[in-house]
Write a protein that binds this ligand. Structure first.
Ligand code: ADP
Ligand code: ADP
Length: 230
């Protein structure tokens, strides 16, 4: 897994909205970093810059010293060896659970039967084998998010990015999926960046927490060392 280094990153959207201002932090290889902050504080913008879905205005982002984003350089998202999990699951509606997971391996130079076998074993590993031939609309929200997690992990990415993945689920499921996310992400050895506005989620998951306020990273530390306001 890569070290992730974000150095003095600023992002101003067309139209002039400054969403990120001089954000700097480092995440060690294999660590789990949670970005916490209220709505509008710039969490998604930062995640999207790291994912390569958004350009930075200034500053740089590197994976293990290889620069992927700067004002003059932009490595395409699909060349960054990362996977994302979204709040709305974003499964492909015309594909079964198995096909969704197998599709994540399409650029790996594997044959179809190998892709399907890897996808099937990932679904089994997560206790979802019996749902392999279902379409997303035939699955509950929790099941869809677990399929999306399988799809993200099956390619063994160096970097896992989570954009409020539990926000649409009820409290019971949130708790269970949180444990699965933590266990499986650590099992594949990925470096993880996870955004949430939920403090208890941040504390349960994080090796390090970054706190964003109005586009600025105002704290970055181990959870037990943070000071937080109610
Ligand atoms: P968060 O994820 O913490 O809710 P965002 O990164 O989505 O924050 O948004 C940060 C700020 O940037 C907000 O003021 C938001 O309205 C603005 N913003 C987000 N996306 C865009 C965009 N595509 N164009 C212009 N402004 C945007
Ligand atoms: P490629 O670029 O390798 O062909 P894409 O990632 O563009 O693959 O996706 C292939 C298909 O999946 C396209 O039909 C696209 O519209 C659809 N698709 C991609 N992302 C999503 C998504 N988040 N939700 C639903 N459908 C998607």
């Amino acid at each position: 897994a890569p070290d992730l280094s974000v150095v003095s990153v600023s992002k101003t959207y067309e139209g002039g909205k400054c969403a990120l201002s001089e954000v700097t932090f480092e995440a060690e290889a294999g660590s789990f970093v949670v970005l916490l902050g209220p709505s509008g504080s710039g969490k998604s913008t930062l995640l999207r810059c790291i994912a390569g879905l958004e350009r930075v205005s200034s500053g740089s982002i590197s994976f293990s010293k290889r620069t992927v984003s700067s004002s003059t350089l932009h490595v395409k998202s699909e060349d960054r060896q990362l996977s994302m999990v979204f709040q709305d699951y974003a499964l492909w509606p015309h594909m079964t659970a198995l096909e969704n997971v197998a599709f994540a391996l399409r650029r790996r130079g594997l044959g179809k039967s190998e892709r399907n076998a890897s996808a099937a074993s990932m679904l089994e590993r997560m206790g979802l084998g019996h749902l392999a031939s279902r379409y997303p609309q035939e699955l509950s929200g929790g099941e869809q998010q677990r399929v999306a997690l399988a799809r993200a992990l099956v390619a063994r990415p160096g970097l896992m990015l989570f954009d409020e993945p539990l926000s649409n689920l009820d409290a019971d499921l949130r708790e269970r999926l949180r444990v699965e996310i933590s266990t499986l992400t650590r099992e594949v050895g990925a470096t993880a960046l996870y955004i949430t506005h939920d403090q208890s989620e941040a504390f349960a998951l994080a090796d390090y927490v970054g706190v964003l306020e109005s586009g600025r990273l105002v704290q970055f530390d181990r959870p037990e060392r943070l000071y937080l306001f109610p």
